[in-house]
Design a binder for this molecule. Structure first.
Ligand code: ADP
Length: 334
């Protein structure tokens, strides 16, 4: 579809007519915002179109999802390209469901295997080589358990974005206790210094926020030498948004790699050879952050270290007093 500088339709082809429910020639000369009343599209069309695109429901059929992209054409015109991506979306959805179902089904047999390995461990008559095999089997089933947990968590955080008032009031002090418990399996977890002010709360889903923090902390441990300090802290920025950050003095990341880190199954070139992992950790962090309306930032200097931070929006960043005010408001005593 060809639009002039006032976003009036100058021309459109047949598929655009069908996908965007346009009548021709009646709609020619009308503003596109008056014809398609999707708030997301309105904002997109007013903004800077460079590189961006948006997905909306087709006005002719809500089951059809279309991707719309605005491309500047000379100084005063733009081309609006709409593409039917419903099949692609459906495929993505069934792939996601498949991974979630398969992970769920794998959990029960693995629990049985794990139980039998524990029984075997209690036997006295196992030879030394038998014990070694047993420990290898235990290590591998532990890895598999973590992989399945990560796949399940990823399919959970990918599902949708929370409404601004959705979630539980999660105490950051309690959340940090869960983090410290989870880090106990590392021999040198005492190099993690976790700082946080008391009486902060987040509105969100606790398991998913723990998922964000634990993945960042485990990465800092995995990708820095034993003994190197790791600084983790909760703070508040000037906009009243709570920020969780983890700073390590590890191997760091090359600038061209940073954008790829949150792709699922992506593993750094060196990490693949040196450290065990699945490439799911930062995908979980990114999706869980998106689901909470939070933003993940990564800065790094190769050879010196990295800093990963997640900023939660102010409407999710609560204080004790806010909870008291809210309780007073609800009780009607204000
Ligand atoms: P995994 O750790 O299982 O490989 P992640 O998704 O957690 O998967 O991380 C993806 C990649 O990002 C890692 O393979 C590693 O190359 C890089 N990475 C993540 N955290 C750090 C860090 N703190 N320092 C250096 N590289 C990191």
């Amino acid at each position: 579809m060809l639009l002039n500088e006032e976003l009036r339709i100058e021309w459109c082809n047949d598929p655009a007519r069908y996908l965007l429910n346009l009548r021709s020639p009646q709609d020619l000369g009308n503003k596109i915002n008056n014809i398609i009343r999707d708030p997301g599209l309105q904002t997109y069309l007013q903004g800077d179109p460079e590189g961006g695109q948006i997905e909306i429901e087709s006005p002719s059929d809500p089951n059809v999802i279309i991707q719309v992209k605005k491309v500047p054409l000379g100084a005063n015109r733009s081309l609006l390209i709409a593409r039917n991506i419903s099949d692609h979306k459906q495929l993505q959805e069934s792939l996601k469901n498949f991974v979630a179902n398969a992970s769920h089904e794998l959990r029960s047999p693995l629990t049985v295997i794990w139980g039998h390995l524990e029984l075997l461990e209690a036997e006295d008559k196992i030879s030394d080589s038998g014990k070694r095999s047993l420990h290898t089997a235990q290590r591998q089933s532990e890895r598999m358990k973590e992989l399945i947990q990560n796949l399940l968590l990823l399919s959970q955080v990918e599902s949708y974005r929370l409404a601004p008032d959705e979630g539980d009031k999660v105490s950051i002090t309690e959340l940090n206790n869960s983090l410290l418990d989870a880090l106990e399996k590392y021999d040198d977890s005492d190099r993690v210094r976790l700082e946080f002010p008391e009486h902060l709360y987040l509105l969100g889903i606790k398991t998913e926020i723990v998922g964000i923090c634990i993945n960042l902390l485990e990465n800092a441990i995995k990708y820095s030498m034993p003994g190197k300090p790791i600084q983790a802290k909760w703070g508040e920025n000037r906009r009243g948004e709570y920020v969780f950050s983890v700073r390590d003095q590890g191997s760091g990341i090359e600038p061209e790699e940073i954008l790829k880190l949150t792709n699922r199954y992506y593993r750094g070139r060196r990490s693949r050879a040196e450290v065990a992992g699945s490439g799911l950790g930062l995908a979980i962090v990114q999706h869980a952050a998106n689901k909470h309306g939070a933003t993940l930032r990564i800065t790094s200097e190769p050879g010196k270290g990295s800093c990963f931070s997640v900023t939660f929006p102010s409407y999710r960043s609560l204080r004790d007093e806010q909870m008291i005010d809210e309780a007073i408001r609800l009780s009607g005593y204000n």
